[in-house]
Design a protein around this ligand. Sequence first.
Ligand code: GRF
Length: 220
Amino acid sequence: MRKAVVMARTGTPDIGVLISGRGSNLQALMDAIADGRLGARIRVVISNRADAAGLLRARAGGLDACVVPHAGYASRADYDGVLASELRARGVEWVCLAGFMRLLGPTFCDAYASRVLNIHPSLLPSFPGVAAQSQALQHGVKLSGATVHLVTAELDAGPIVAQAAVPVHDDDTEESLSARILEAEHAIYPTAVHRALHEEWQIVGRRVVFSGVASGRSVP
Ligand code: GRF
């Protein structure tokens, strides 16, 4: 992503959240909205899995939640196109991935260019892909953490919006490290989404550079 992009800021953005599982990061976003910390509306929660517990959280919070299964499509591009259409049909302007375990290809990334965010449980570019916490333990790093980044068609490689580090203790298990990282995820994701939606920023080379100018829009 070499081209600098200055984002235009409009109204209270409508976001869509894509999940595949338990949805604790979705919950963090829902809580931030309830507390007036996000300044956005969740228009829809979409899961590619019917058994995702996050669907229950969404419905309990009164959100539109639906399943768009990934099976049965001839290509990734076909599935990407259907997902983008479902989001567009609901007026979604920004997309937040929250444990969505499917690669999104150019069809989706182009449809929502520079408007898709993801939370990943490592300090990228270290340990992209699945089982990031286990990768960190196996490598023996002393610090790991969480990264919020813009989504591009390359897995976990888009420009970084925010990161938080946590220590890795000698007696950590995958579970204990995951829990510590998850706490950091819940702290930084809503803050990073708020910044991306409500501050001016541009992409310079690989860097997301915030201008320090707030939109001046009041958070509902
Ligand atoms: C989180 O660790 C997130 O970083 C990763 O998938 C996990 C999703 O957890 N992308 P949850 O469904 O948000 O609880």
